[in-house]
Design a protein around this ligand. Structure first.
Ligand code: AHM
Ligand code: MG
Length: 352
């Protein structure tokens, strides 16, 4: 059977792209290479799940009070181990760890920080539904290159990301990433042990036919959100409504479909959760950068996600992202929905 994807490996692609970055020193390429190794190891373990004893929980709770699954824990440890010794990072932060993950004193420090959700979609791990790893990379801002990074390095606004991406462990393992020059997708060939470029320069449609939201929360939504979802279900041939509902419950997989087919993904603020559920630094920022780089929009309801100034590592943030026309339309519905005083103050402080 002919090869559908190119024979351009991700390493070759990264090397070819280096000249696009004024700061390219090779360290960034080595950082990505180490991250790809971690992703290959996680992918192997996900594929063995069911044979190996990796389903179920560890018995511990994470920083969000959620049960830690064995594969969450394994993925977290794998990324830390793969990234700690490379000399290109000065600090890391993970959805599964409470504070900064420092680079130990004895090890060389570098110019970048890495934030990651080691295994997104925890509720889907044990039932063989798509899960993924999400990552976000910034350059350090603290000046002392020999010291471990600090909170200022890790809590920068999303527009400063130098790269963002995700790995999806689905019907195949795919890697989607951006360094600010468009979005490329690579598909893993397990027989070669290589990620090969399969979808260069992904551009999302201006509008789509899918919406993606947890409808179980609908009674908690504010009025504008309720009206918007009702609008999507109305019959209108000109705007191709009703839209179809798709909801996997793994943000990275739902956003991936949105990126490829267009439409809208929403995890909004509601009466119970004024900041929604997703985490700004580990999920919302990297997904927003990818969506924008593919020609879409990502907002928290009112503001561009990438302009928000984070207050803390683990803060949550509402997300509406997808095709430009769909997100713009959604905003017209939700613009008068109430937001909590706490969120309002944060927005006022963060508007650049
Ligand atoms: P996780 O990082 O612990 O897996 O939690 C985040 C996940 C997202 O992937 C997904 O969009 C969301 O939680 C689903 O939440 P819900 O079950 O409330 O719809
Ligand atoms: Mg997650």
């Amino acid at each position: 059977m002919p090869y559908r994807s190119s024979l351009i490996t991700i390493e070759r692609h990264i090397a070819d792209q280096q000249h696009l970055h004024p700061y390219a020193t090779g360290a960034f390429s080595r950082l990505l290479r180490d991250l790809m190794l971690a992703i290959r190891v996680i992918s192997r373990e996900v594929r063995r799940a069911g044979f190996a004893d990796v389903f179920g929980t560890t018995g511990d709770e994470n920083v969000h009070g959620e049960a830690v699954r064995k594969l969450d824990d394994f993925s977290n440890e794998t990324i830390i181990k793969a990234m700690r010794y490379g000399g290109h990072l000065c600090a890391m932060a993970s959805e599964e760890a409470e504070g900064i993950i420092p680079i130990p004193d004895a090890l060389q420090k570098g110019s970048y920080v890495l934030l990651f959700d080691p295994l997104d979609g925890s509720s889907n791990i044990d039932i063989n539904v798509t899960i993924g790893t999400i990552f976000s990379i910034f350059r350090r801002v603290s000046p002392d290159i020999d010291q471990t990074g600090d909170m200022d390095d890790l809590t920068q606004p999303g527009y400063r990301q130098v790269a963002a991406g995700y790995a999806l462990y689905g019907s195949s393992t795919a890697l989607v990433y951006t360094t600010g020059n468009g979005v490329d997708m690579f598909t893993y060939d397990p027989t070669l042990g290589e990620f090969l470029l399969s979808n260069p320069s992904i551009k999302m449609p201006e509008h789509g036919g899918y919406y993606s939201i947890n409808e179980g929360n609908s009674l908690r939504w504010h009025e504008g959100m309720q009206n918007y979802i009702a609008y999507l279900k109305d019959e209108d041939s000109e705007t191709k409504r009703p839209y179809s509902l798709r909801y996997i419950g793994t943000a990275v997989a739902d956003v991936h479909r949105t990126l490829m087919y267009g439409g809208i993904f929403l995890y909004p603020a509601d009466k119970k959760s004024p900041r929604g559920k997703l985490r700004l630094m580990y999920e919302v920022n990297p997904l927003a950068m990818l969506i924008e780089q593919a020609g879409g929009l990502a907002v928290d309801g009112r503001n561009r996600v990438l302009d928000l100034v984070p207050e803390s590592l683990h803060q949550r943030c509402p997300l509406m992202c997808g095709s430009v026309k769909d997100v713009e339309k959604a905003q017209t519905f939700v613009e008068n929905d109430p937001i909590s005083e706490e969120v309002r103050e944060n927005i006022a402080a963060s508007t650049p």
